[in-house]
Design a protein around this ligand. Structure first.
Ligand code: COA
Ligand code: MG
Length: 291
């Protein structure tokens, strides 16, 4: 599968923003039917999302996903019925409570795949896995969500509202401790499930430097992509989550060193110890670079 570094939200009721989507180099466009769309515009947003998917050229480089409403809201059923026949590549599930929600959604998607001759299990799911307080206690268990699971991402705004936090950021701009915990749980939950960890959005879309720093921290920690809300964020995200030439070169050297020394668990390179975790890390960098 092609790399998924940048995931740009587009409110699906905005014809103007949808039209811009074609030229934006996001790996994934997420046509939003949930929070960015007012209740009175939901029906129109579904129709526009359907048409956008239906009319996309076959050779389009971006994946196109939709974000549906929460599963406890009948609007989610309307979202799926209206848009799935047009074959989105995936579905973002907001306020996911556990792997059970992904399984439930997957079963619902499966009926549309069967009805519309879409390959079984080809529609992927990305849950937003930290938006309720209870969800933080089930986040280690997503491995059983099955083959549709594309990654885990997290969100701070709905979680703040859920616990009546008055803010989620320190004055310095860093997450406060409770939200830092949610971020870390998303990271480890994703890797425990064997899927990619996708960092939450950086809301101050005029602050390119702040976004760059946030991407670098995320990549350093083990996230491999990030949500975006504005077109200007996409290239910064793509660049930050693409391994640099130097990283790739260094990874090649580590892999070559282990290949030249079969059966050896620990070696030295440029005066530093390298052992199996370094080899694993180097292999991951080369895999990411290949994508
Ligand atoms: N997708 C596509 N086009 C977008 C876009 C997006 N997410 N965000 C902005 N644009 C377009 C604007 O329409 C504008 O087009 P124009 O130059 O033809 O007028 C251009 O990019 C520049 O936008 P700008 O004026 O800088 O921003 P704005 O004030 O119009 O919009 C937001 C700011 C936050 C409302 C807008 O970026 C947005 O809707 N983001 C997505 C929000 C969302 O989906 N949230 C749900 C997930 S949290
Ligand atoms: Mg939300």
């Amino acid at each position: 599968m092609a790399a998924m570094r940048s995931f740009l939200f587009i409110p699906a009721d905005s014809e103007k923003k949808l039209a811009k989507g074609d030229a934006i180099p996001a790996d994934v466009l997420i046509l939003d039917l949930e929070d960015a769309v007012a209740p009175e515009n939901k029906a129109r947003a579904r129709q526009l999302a359907y048409e956008y998917l239906r009319d996309r050229p076959d050779n389009r480089p971006q994946q196109i996903w939709i974000r549906i409403n929460t599963l406890d809201n009948p609007a989610a059923g309307s979202d799926l019925a209206a848009v799935l026949p047009a074959r989105p590549d995936g579905v973002v599930l907001p306020k996911a409570r556990s792997a059970d929600d992904v399984i439930l959604l997957g079963n619902r998607i499966g009926t549309y795949e069967a009805e519309h001759e879409i390959e079984a299990n080809s529609t992927r799911i990305l849950p937003v896995a930290t938006e309720t307080a209870a969800s933080l206690f089930t986040i280690g268990d997503y491995r059983r969500a099955g083959p549709r699971l594309a990654g885990l991402t997290w969100g701070a705004e709905d979680l703040s509202a859920a616990v009546a936090a008055t803010t989620n950021k320190e004055e310095s701009g860093r997450w406060t401790a409770p939200f830092e915990l949610a971020r870390s749980l998303c990271l480890f939950g994703a890797h425990a499930a064997g899927v990619q960890a996708v960092d939450t959005l950086f809301s101050d879309f005029r602050d390119d430097g702040g976004l760059r720093a946030s991407c670098e921290e995320a990549r350093r920690d083990g996230f491999s992509g990030k949500l975006a809300i504005h077109p200007s964020q996409v290239e910064i995200i793509n660049q930050a989550f693409t391994p640099s030439e130097e990283e790739v070169e260094q990874a090649r050297r580590i892999v070559a060193l282990f290949e030249a020394n079969p059966g050896v668990g620990v070696l030295s390179l440029d005066g530093r110890m390298v052992d199996l975790p370094h080899l694993t890390q180097a292999q991951k960098i080369l895999a990411a670079a290949e994508e």
